[in-house]
Design a protein around this ligand. Structure first.
Ligand code: TC6
Length: 698
């Protein structure tokens, strides 16, 4: 392999140029190349300074994600950083694009830092369940102070050049070719006999109330360990000499690296990128995507239209009448005003999007020129078929016809058109301009370039797109229905909805299932129960106590009453005192003697139900790989990222113990707990879900 770090002397300055596309990640070859180039510069008596610069779009985007999970290879990054900083030559980092993680740590080891105005820096290791382990926790707060250093490292966010200059992370901002700018700066420093300036030799950051900072970080982290560890590492930077602080950083880093959380987060990090790389789409050219049609301007349709506008597409939204059209426009404008308030768009962009890019019409003929239409009307097969029949009549040849159905049969919808190969499911999550997940539901006859275009659309919308097959509920809602049922069963057997919600938020879920039901609207579950009642098996346990609340017109948050009571204008909720009596009445009817559940048992049953259904979803090919299911749960269902997803969680538990529990539960309720064949096969073969990910080209 050729050396990805080139060396060129320009008078007394050596330029070390990293050429490792696409983003100059710190692969072993780059680390070795930098180390050897430093040796070479130091061995040349004419060289007084070294400029480190990146080729292409970034200085250095950090550790090489393709090396994650592989055995470490020398030289390691902490040693490289110490080696750079210890150089007797002046070392200058000339930064452009991003300098992230190990990339910023390399820059912090240089003696001077100069950056382009659009450069950004950050230490995102927290997103991998780690802390910056190559001196970042010791060097950054020596420049920024403890509080700002903690904020940057615990958020993992990116800091723009101007703010980085103000905080002292960089020394200068200069526009121009990064190499030329770096060379000029180095020459100026050499000519002015500027001192070698090692960040490690600066005083440690000021003391603060470390325990308060630690508790603050821990409570924000909702169960994730690395933010607390970052605070402790910065405390070491403040209290200990540099070398001892570095040793403390290493010990904390190693502890995090060996824990399950970093395994879960690295799994998430890797797969949120890998999930959209479908082998069958290699070389397939997506169709053009300039104008999008949306049918229905309710919450979902308005959210989809907003996402399309923010992705700089023309949008034609169809409503049924003038009043509905004006309400839909109001919703979209409200969404865009939110984006304006958060600084995501400017006032001029807002005006252009609402006046020029958006058309709200009541006539399907307005769709004659769009490239793709997303239908977001009422969830009813007859209604959808009628809409698709009309779309088939008006849309141009080659236009993609997509349904945002959340569980209906996309093959059946496609059959309502004369162009089945152009039909696909695009299942967004509400609010569609905010939620990251998009399930791309590929029907029997969907053409490959339609799938490729849908992934391109997901990328343009900033979504994590996951391929799903056709079944009731696709990947996410199908699995949700099962773990939700496991929670319902526990309520019938004696666990309160409030204990369940608390046990699961303690586990790391953003919300418990009963709080989610209130948010989504209890009428949704009520309608589904009514729809499914005729086909219900005699052994199926379906609680009906909550229907009594629905019959009184209480549907959760939107009506102010559900499992919880919601005071107008208040975010906090309190348990609804009517619920325990409703549950007790149903238990009496069913002759159930309620029993106690530990939080641990609640989590275990909930997770086992989720894993078992997820395994079936993989087994049936509804999800392409186990990791695809993990990404659906992470990005659409509030699953804690630091656990990687349900199937990563199962791998880390040991699949044999998960299967043993499912088989034990099956002895109580064989109808509900049917162990997935895939789970049994994997246990019998001594393999796990990650083995399947790897086999599918993780
Ligand atoms: C650290 O440094 C230390 C950790 C210790 C661990 C033991 N390595 O996102 P894009 C590829 S932690 C290898 O589409 P953008 C990416 O796969 C910090 N490859 O572009 C894609 O390849 P493809 C670790 C990487 O302009 C291409 O680059 N680093 C890496 O929207 C373009 O990516 C981070 O957390 C990498 N590190 O955004 C940074 N990063 O074209 C993670 C990207 O073949 N990366 N690629 O599919 C990012 O945040 C963004 O990718 C970006 C560029 C801001 C660098």
């Amino acid at each position: 392999m050729s050396n990805p770090v080139s060396y060129n002397a320009h008078g007394p300055v050596a330029v070390l140029r990293i050429q490792n596309p696409p983003v100059n990640a710190l692969s072993q070859a780059v680390r070795q190349g930098l180390s050897e180039a430093m040796d070479r510069a130091e061995a040349d008596a004419d060289i007084k300074a070294v400029v480190i610069v990146g080729d292409g779009r970034a200085f250095i985007a950090g550790a090489d994600i393709t090396e994650f999970g592989k055995p470490p290879m020398e030289p390691n990054l902490p040693d490289l950083c110490s080696r750079i900083e210890a150089s007797p030559l002046l070392v200058i980092a000339s930064m452009h694009g991003v300098s992230l993680g190990g990339g910023l740590e390399v820059a912090l080891s240089a003696h001077y830092r100069i950056a382009q105005p659009d450069a950004r820096v950050g230490l995102p290791e927290v997103h991998l369940g780690l802390l910056p382990g190559a001196g970042g926790t010791q060097r950054l707060p020596r420049l920024t102070g403890a509080a700002k250093g903690i904020e940057i490292m615990t958020s993992g966010g990116q800091v723009k050049a101007a703010a980085a200059l103000e905080m002292g992370i960089i020394d200068k901002i200069e526009t121009g070719d990064p190499q030329e700018v770096g060379l000029a700066y180095a020459t100026e420093l050499v000519n002015s006999a500027a001192p070698r300036r090692a960040v490690s030799e600066l005083a440690g950051p000021e003391a603060m109330d470390w325990d308060a900072a630690y508790s603050g970080a821990v409570s924000k982290a909702r169960g994730q360990n690395s933010p607390g560890a970052i605070v402790r590492a910065v405390q070491a930077a403040s209290e200990l000499p540099f070398a001892q602080g570095l040793a403390r950083e290493r010990a904390l880093f190693t502890e995090l690296l060996q824990g399950d959380q970093s395994k879960g987060m690295i799994h998430a990090f890797f797969n949120e990128r890998a999930v959209s790389n479908l082998p069958e789409l290699k070389g397939v050219t997506p169709r053009a995507l300039n104008a999008i049609g949306v049918i229905g301007g309710g919450t979902m349709g308005a959210g989809i239209a907003t996402a399309a506008l923010l992705a700089k597409m023309q949008v034609v939204l169809i409503e049924t009448g003038e009043a509905q059209a004006s309400a839909a426009r109001g919703r979209i404008e409200g969404n865009l005003q939110g984006a304006l308030k958060r600084g995501k768009i400017s006032q001029e962009q807002y005006d252009a999007l609402t006046q020029d890019a958006l058309v709200v019409a009541i006539d399907y003929a307005s769709l004659s020129d769009v490239d793709l239409v997303i239908e977001a009307v009422f969830e009813n097969m007859d209604v959808k078929k009628e809409v698709f029949g009309k779309l088939d009549a008006v849309c141009k040849q080659g236009a993609i016809l997509a349904s945002n159905t959340s569980y209906l049969d996309v093959d059946e919808i496609a059959a309502a058109t004369s162009r089945r190969s152009d039909v696909i499911g695009l299942h967004f999550f509400s609010p569609a301009h905010v939620m990251k997940l998009l399930e791309i539901v590929v029907a029997d006859k969907t053409a490959l370039d339609v799938v490729a275009t849908s992934f391109a659309l997901g990328k343009a919308f900033g979504k994590i797109s996951v391929r799903a097959g056709v079944c009731d509920g696709f990947i996410g809602n199908r699995i949700l229905a099962v773990y939700r049922t496991a929670a319902d069963h526990m309520v019938l057997d004696g666990a309160s909805p409030y204990q369940i919600d608390r046990a699961l938020t303690d586990f790391g879920f953003a919300m418990g299932p009963f709080a989610v039901a209130d948010l989504a609207g209890l009428d949704i579950g009520w309608m589904t129960r009514k729809r499914k009642a005729p086909d219900r098996h005699a052994d199926e346990r379906v609680p009906t106590y909550i229907d009594k609340l629905c019959e009184e017109g209480h549907f959760g948050q939107k009506t102010g009453e559900g499992y919880y009571l919601y005071e107008k204008g208040q975010r906090a909720s309190v348990p609804n005192p009517k619920i325990p009596a409703l549950i007790a009445a149903e238990q009496a009817d069913l002759r159930i003697t309620p029993r106690d559940f530990s939080d641990e048992e609640i989590v275990r049953r909930y997770m086992c139900a989720m894993v078992n259904e997820a395994a079936k979803v993989v087994e049936e090919g509804i999800a392409r790989r186990p990791a695809d299911v993990d990404m659906v749960l992470l990005f659409g269902y509030g699953f804690p990222r630091y656990r990687g997803g349900p199937l990563k969680w199962a791998d880390l538990q040991g699949l044999d113990t998960v299967l043993a529990d499912i088989e034990r539960y099956a002895q109580e309720d064989a109808w509900f707990w049917k162990p997935a064949t895939l789970l049994k096969t994997l246990v019998a073969d001594g393999r796990n879900f990650d083995d399947l990910n790897r086999a599918a080209g993780k």
